[in-house]
Design a protein. Structure first.
Length: 200
């Protein structure tokens, strides 16, 4: 039995940090896992910028409430869930993802949690497990599932490579160039057809 494992940001919804960067007027926060492969380093850097500007969870959640899924993402996900089990595996956080999951009709999401002080300052973060995307895929395989994985960033490559089939979706030119053996898609219809073609 196949389980389809999808990244969330950049694949189903816009990048949260880019949206917050634009809303807050802090261009440095546009940096994502497409630019920085080391997620721990990236998040610590982000939290430092938030602290410097006196911004916390409330301000980010206000921006997230205005974000909609990418055009066609909900329909893609609804159709995919008719033919396969789907898990969204994301490096985002439960405090960020909840309103977006509602707009996507509550798919299964595995992600991380933020550590938040009483005044709303984000003081840290707790990763669900080490190398969460790869670890999750390997665990599913240990339980007897085959996995099909897709994403757009550096931190998706390990789970894509470890899966029976894997794809890039709306990735960067550099990542596509560096991984010429991976099929890369830009449109949901083509992406869905590719996944369906490898389902058992």
């Amino acid at each position: 039995m196949d389980v389809v494992c999808l990244d969330m940001e950049g694949v189903l919804v816009p990048e949260i940090w880019i949206a917050f960067s634009e809303a807050s007027g802090i261009p440095e926060l546009k940096r994502t896992t497409r630019d920085e492969p080391d997620y721990d380093k990236l998040m610590k850097w982000r939290l430092g910028i938030l602290k410097e500007h006196g911004l916390g969870l409330k301000e980010i959640q206000e921006v997230i409430s205005t974000i909609d899924p990418l055009p066609g993402a909900k329909e893609f996900l609804d159709e995919l869930r008719k033919v396969a089990q789907v898990i969204i595996i994301s490096d985002t956080f439960t405090q960020f993802a909840a309103p977006l999951m509602k707009k996507l009709n509550y798919p299964t999401l595995f992600c991380n949690t933020l550590e938040v002080a009483e005044n709303g300052e984000i003081t840290g973060f707790k990763m669900r497990c080490e190398q969460s995307k790869l670890t999750t895929v390997k665990s599913l395989q240990a339980m007897g599932f085959d996995t099909i994985a897709a994403g757009d960033s550096f931190n998706d490559l390990a789970m894509i490579r470890a899966s029976r089939a894997g794809f890039l979706f709306r990735s960067t030119e550099q990542i596509i160039k560096d991984n010429p053996d991976l099929q890369a898609f830009e449109e949901f219809d083509d992406f869905l057809a590719a996944i369906k073609s490898v389902l058992k």
